[in-house]
Design a protein around this ligand. Structure first.
Ligand code: NAG
Ligand code: NAG
Ligand code: NAG
Ligand code: NAG
Ligand code: NAG
Ligand code: NAG
Ligand code: NAG
Length: 481
């Protein structure tokens, strides 16, 4: 309780959170009475996997929100101190209004980072503020360079129960510095992401705006029970590798109500790269994606791969909107990847101004090193798409399987595609694929013959992650936020 305003002169935050509204209001009114003599109250209310008993504000640890002073030490010492409260009800750290320049820092368990709606975290451009981490075991090397990789702005590993949220507070990666170095080939290390959470269970990232990430935005890897909700992710459409959300070797994950404009895939589902991914063998599975809007003229709305060597299965995507985007759902794989993409279900996509509606690529290059196994062929089957409308489309489909390793069990039902003013002649360009279609216009290729009646499935059961409930939490402060 060392951060309660009743006991600590410098502290701004005085209240704990509770799941019981009644109890919350009771405690709240008591605290109001005790603190009224000091200052007026601000309070924060939000939804989270778990509420915390303790809370503190970044300024309690020497944070300065002027946009110029480095807050790296303040973040690190705050979270280090608050980590000691993990076994006593956990703690929340509030980033108050202001501009908070910082390098990378690590999260802890039973912890909430709350970024106020008028707070902006600014990613530092001083490279010594970003520790180097070893390469990911399922990748074998860094994605940008063979050396290590820089820790994400917000990083967490081996955690249980961690929440990063706000009422649409902002995390600005100031990525132009890194994009410049990448384009000039000046990097000997992989660029940092905005958030990466590894080997963790019970993770929530919600109600925030991410802008100008140096590279990928949100990267949960080797984790389970992950909820990603209410994110706005913005990057210039020509910025390199600014993927929106990359669920990677994760089980039980739910991504919903996100708006993404980016220079790479809006959502890229992954599970490791060639021989390294095959060896680690951790799939991404039981993934729900819903109510996502994507704008990405050179990339996919939802990519499956290209790094899929640990396997991708049971993905359920629905109510997806794409505007001015290169493709809808795209499968990317190649010889050497191994692994599988199976039991994929997508329904109710609305698309406008698309180069391709459907795209599958079996010849995606890019290997980590020459040590990949040319006999490691991916197994692609059980791909179900239904109830889609697309307007102003250049190509309906480009479906390239792998010779002697066809993509099987493709099912497409009830899809209406309207073409651009000058459409290409060959609308469905198919090689090495097998499956069926029904009620699709323009009609599909001969490898996907019309079969009536066909009703491509979408599972009727619910995944456990859909039933993970969020609790109503409060943080009450002696200063108005
Ligand atoms: C995010 O904000 C919206 C409204 O702005 C709210 O309905 C939703 O519950 C919030 N989600 C979380 C996880 O706080
Ligand atoms: C964060 O954790 C990683 C992995 O344990 C460690 O290598 C890194 O140095 C930590 N970063 C900081 C700033 O303490
Ligand atoms: C984190 O978890 C992984 C996988 O369980 C384990 O290999 C690793 O040693 C753990 N790291 C730490 C710092 O506990
Ligand atoms: C969050 O902020 C972004 C950027 O300013 C804005 O585009 C978006 O509409 C906001 N979201 C909500 C739910 O207010
Ligand atoms: C249709 O798509 C073309 C690109 O193929 C684009 O230039 C044009 O602006 C789009 N039209 C509308 C009405 O969105
Ligand atoms: C076909 O898809 C449209 C658009 O999603 C939907 O409104 C309609 O109900 C679907 N029809 C059938 C027969 O499922
Ligand atoms: C059809 O796809 C193949 C690749 O599978 C490509 O080489 C060819 O150019 C495409 N044809 C047309 C007319 O777009």
């Amino acid at each position: 309780m060392e951060y309660l305003c009743l006991k600590s002169r410098n502290s701004h935050v005085i209240e704990m959170s509770t799941t019981l509204i009644l109890l919350g209001l009771l405690v709240l009114s008591l605290q109001v009475a005790e603190c009224r003599s000091k200052q007026p109250l601000g309070n924060l209310e939000f939804l989270a996997l778990n509420c915390r008993k303790h809370s503190a504000v970044l300024t309690d640890f020497g944070g300065v929100g002027d946009g110029k002073t480095s807050n790296t030490k303040a973040f690190r010492s705050a979270i280090d101190k608050l980590s000691k409260l993990a076994s006593d009800g956990g703690a929340a750290l509030v980033v108050p209004p202001g501009k908070w320049l910082t390098g990378s820092f690590n999260l802890t368990s039973h912890f909430t980072l709350y970024i106020h709606k008028d707070a902006v975290l600014l990613g530092s451009q001083v490279e010594s503020e970003w520790p180097r981490l070893p390469v990911l075991p399922s990748y074998g090397r860094g994605r940008d360079a063979a050396g290590g990789r820089l820790s994400s702005l917000i990083f967490g590993t081996n955690l249980t129960d961690v929440v990063v949220t706000g009422a649409n507070g902002t995390i600005d990666g100031q990525g132009a510095y890194w994009w410049g170095k990448f384009k000039k080939n000046q990097l000997d290390v992989t660029r940092p992401y905005l958030i990466e959470i590894m080997y963790s269970n019970q993770v929530q990232i919600s109600n925030l705006t991410f802008v100008n990430s140096p590279s990928w935005n949100v990267h949960p890897i080797y984790s389970s029970n992950v909820i990603i909700q209410g994110l706005t992710i913005l990057a210039p459409v020509d910025s390199p590798n600014t993927d929106g959300i990359d669920p990677d070797s994760c089980t039980d994950i739910r991504i919903e109500d996100c708006y993404i404009v980016s220079g790479d895939d809006c959502i890229a589902v992954k599970s490791g790269w060639d021989q390294y991914g095959i060896k680690v063998g951790m799939p991404t599975q039981r993934l729900v994606i819903r109510r996502v809007t994507c704008i990405s003229p050179d990339s996919a709305t939802i990519a499956l791969g290209s790094e899929m060597s640990g396997g991708i299965r049971d993905v359920r995507a629905e109510d997806i909107t794409a505007i001015d985007t290169q493709s809808g759902v795209r499968i990317k794989t190649g010889v050497g990847r191994g692994g599988y993409v199976k039991d994929i279900y997508v329904r109710r996509m609305t698309m406008k101004t698309m180069k391709y509606v459907f795209w599958m690529t079996g010849s995606y290059g890019q290997h980590p090193d020459p040590g990949f196994d040319p006999k490691a062929l991916p197994d692609i089957h059980g791909i179900n798409y239904r109830d889609m409308v697309a307007e102003n489309v250049t190509y309906s489909a480009r479906l390239d399987g792998i010779p002697n390793d066809p993509f099987k069990g493709i099912c497409i039902f009830n899809v209406t595609i309207t073409l651009t003013k000058k459409p290409k002649e060959l609308q469905w360009n198919c090689t090495d694929v097998q499956g069926v279609t029904s009620r699709v216009t323009p009609p599909a290729c001969s490898l996907l013959p019309e079969k009536k009646p066909v009703d491509c499935p979408f599972p009727a059961d619910r995944l456990p992650v859909e039933d993970l409930k969020l609790k109503r939490c409060f943080i009450v402060s002696s200063v108005p936020f």
